[in-house]
Design a protein around this ligand. Structure first.
Ligand SMILES: Nc1ncnc2c1ncn2[C@@H]1O[C@H](COP(=O)(O)OP(=O)(O)O)[C@@H](O)[C@H]1O
Ligand SMILES: [Mg+2]
Length: 301
């Protein structure tokens, strides 16, 4: 992971600080060596996020879909070598799913810990995924966990202190139906990073890592295609629905498996909008980048 940070040209003094942090909490470190599915690309965001966590802040990653929020959160846990817990928020989230609840085991009442509790006890990084999807009332139990008190209150039990290595990283999508604002009390307990969409160069790097067989010139064309779509979204000609990096990656996976580029891009990108005019516009962008004669075998060697 630190190798990746060096490649990202992260300031070496920041990398040194991460190493110190790792050493300080080495006794509870997560030493699993499984490889990460994705690496996060974006030097400025890396530096800002690491700084915030080193300062003990809770971090809220806010941005549109597929801007790498979860990828960054998991990469951060790995960089700091902390166990990572994930909690996906939804409208019916309640205190017991976050913190834990009493349950019966062998005829006895025992406490079954939730992700917040577990990360608080073993110095984990807890990802509060799509935190704005929960009801405000349900989130109130997090207040004392997230502010200077750093304690968990569990009715019927003692107060539990949050381990000094523990960090909370929340993510928040906005811009589509069903997303809600985050209330001020909660927002004030985080420092907030606005997640930009990936740069064209970084997307090319991502594609080359994700698809080892892709020819460089095509990796560049596909990241160019993504940036063309992005520009049309910025100018208001297209809606954000079709700006979907996940969709582009899905399309490339289909192409890698032998499907022709046009139907693959339809499935991954174009059909994300149901508006016929928008669809035509996207197909026009695609034809300027990828010629109709291109086959799967032209793109992948
Ligand atoms: N800056 C980035 N660096 C690396 N991957 C990125 C970046 N932006 C988007 N992605 C890719 O987009 C996809 C979705 O990432 P994810 O973290 O699930 O997005 P989000 O949580 O923001 O919706 C992944 O395949 C991820 O690799
Ligand atoms: Mg996400």
């Amino acid at each position: 992971m630190l190798e990746h940070l060096k490649k990202e040209q992260i300031n070496p003094s920041i990398i040194e600080e991460i190493k110190k942090y790792r050493q300080k909490y080495a006794d509870t470190a997560d030493t699993s060596q499984t490889s990460l599915r994705y690496l996060y690309y974006g030097k400025e965001i890396w530096e800002a996020a690491v700084h915030a966590l080193l300062c003990g802040e809770n971090l809220l990653l806010a941005g549109s879909k597929a801007t790498g929020k979860n990828v960054l959160a998991e990469n951060l846990a790995r960089a700091f070598r902390r166990p990572c817990y994930n909690l996906s928020f939804h409208i019916n989230m309640d205190a017991s799913s976050m913190i834990g609840n009493d349950t019966f085991r062998n005829g006895e009442v025992v406490f079954r810990p939730g992700p917040i509790y577990q990360s608080a006890v073993d110095g984990g990084f807890c990802i509060l995924d799509e935190i704005n999807m929960a009801r405000n009332e349900a989130l109130a139990v997090l207040h004392s966990v997230l502010d200077f008190r750093r304690t968990i209150h569990i009715p019927g039990y003692d107060q539990i202190p949050v381990h000094p290595a523990t960090r909370f990283i929340a993510t928040m999508n906005y811009g589509y139906a069903g997303t809600r604002e985050l209330n001020e009390a909660l927002a004030s307990r985080f420092v907030i990073l606005q997640m930009p969409s990936i740069t064209q160069d970084n997307l090319t790097r991502l594609l080359l890592r994700e698809f080892p067989g892709i020819k460089k010139q095509f990796a560049e064309q596909f990241s160019g295609l993504f940036s063309d779509i992005e520009k049309k979204c910025e100018s208001g000609e297209l809606t954000e629905k079709v700006l979907d990096l996940r969709g582009l990656l899905d399309a490339l996976r289909l192409i890698q498996n032998g499907l022709s580029p046009y139907p693959a891009l339809d499935m991954g990108l174009t059909n994300k909008t149901f508006d016929a005019y928008e669809q035509t516009l996207i197909r026009d962008i695609i034809t300027t980048r990828i010629s109709k004669k291109t086959e799967s075998t032209t793109i992948f060697s």
